[in-house]
Design a protein around this ligand. Structure first.
Ligand code: ZN
Ligand code: ZN
Length: 338
């Protein structure tokens, strides 16, 4: 009596249900990095997804994980596809059961003492609506290499179509956001009533700005350096140390860092870089290496360094000045973004 149902179930084997995923108001598709440790969500223009992205390889803008183009579904899209497939399948099964039941009922003799009828709760098919694409994001990016249009929230470093590293733009944005954090200190002081909490928070902001300024510089200069055709891959973190970084740069581009900054400013910047090292690795406690490498004789071993807002502002200005000088001398400088 369940012939139709059995047939319907047999039909489901290997069935494909196609689901369409719409773009947002600006024509961008939602995508997500398939790497389980990342899952970064971004948007890419639908034309570029079709024309610029290669089937075999798409790059995550955040972590540069690469995977074939059929693996970049967002969680919302996967849920939607499952619902749509489920809706279609349950619809078919319901209809088959209804037909079986009707058939059974028709075969029941009308005049018998006992009459059994079957009924199937025949709900209308569940039709899933396409997920409305997430709201357009704030930062629209055009890859300077391949022209691909994509869109992210927060930081992104790589073009999804060609994997190009967008460090130039990222460096400028890092500098802006560090200055904005310093500018917010006055608000923090007003907003937090408890003076201990306020001062601790402010100190954390100031020190993290110093650490992040050095990281932004390191990352940017490493990328500038790697533009040199045939440049050897630099030792890890070499540009965290101004002496070593300067030597490497001179070998590649002809000038050392002093050429761009002058001896006095370079000495100031060296001190800030060494302070970052203490903050990152020694809980801010001064050791003999710090005194020797920074030339800073205002501390004794075992003291904690004091980092002030004015100092970090000066450090940011020096980082910016040095980076601009290096940028102008970097190979292929005119291929830069913006
Ligand atoms: Zn990723
Ligand atoms: Zn690109």
């Amino acid at each position: 009596m369940f012939e139709d149902l059995i047939r319907a179930l047999e039909n489901l084997d290997g069935r494909q249900v196609s689901v369409s995923i719409p773009a947002d108001a600006d024509g961008y598709l939602d995508r997500a990095c398939p790497s389980e440790v990342c899952l970064f969500e971004f948007k890419i223009h639908e034309d570029d997804w079709r024309d610029k992205v290669r089937d075999e390889e798409v790059f995550c803008p955040f972590c540069r994980h690469s995977a074939p183009s059929d693996q970049w579904w967002t969680e919302v899209q996967i849920e939607h596809a499952q619902q749509a497939a489920f809706g279609e399948v349950t619809g078919e099964i319901n209809e088959a059961m209804k037909r079986d039941a009707d058939h059974w009922n028709r075969r029941q003799p009308r005049n018998s003492f006992l009459r059994i009828t079957m009924s199937v709760d025949h709900k209308p098919r569940h039709i899933a609506l396409p997920p409305s694409a997430a709201e357009p994001m704030e930062l629209k990016i055009t890859c300077p290499e391949c022209g691909c249009l994509y869109d992210v929230i927060g930081a992104a470093y790589f073009c999804p179509a060609c994997g190009h590293n967008s460090v130039d733009r990222d460096f400028a944005r890092s500098m802006e956001s560090l200055l904005a954090s310093l500018d917010a200190i006055a608000h923090v002081r007003r907003a937090i009533e408890d003076r201990d909490v306020a001062e601790n928070t402010i100190r954390a902001i100031i020190e993290s700005c110093l650490v992040n300024a050095v990281m932004a510089f390191q990352r940017y200069v490493e990328a500038l350096y790697l533009r040199k055709p045939g440049a050897a891959v630099p030792r890890r973190n070499v540009f965290q140390n101004l002496n070593n970084g300067s030597d490497l740069w001179r070998q590649a581009c002809g000038h050392d860092f002093e050429h761009y900054l002058g001896a006095g400013k370079l000495a100031d910047l060296t001190r800030y870089f060494q302070q970052r090292h203490l903050l990152a690795h020694k809980d801010g406690l001064v050791d003999a290496d710090y005194i020797q490498r920074s030339g800073d004789s205002s501390y004794m071993e075992g003291q904690r360094i004091v980092v002030k807002e004015e100092g970090v502002r000066q450090c940011l200005a020096l980082v910016e000045e040095l980076a601009r000088g290096l940028e102008a001398d970097a190979p292929d400088g005119d291929a830069r973004d913006e």
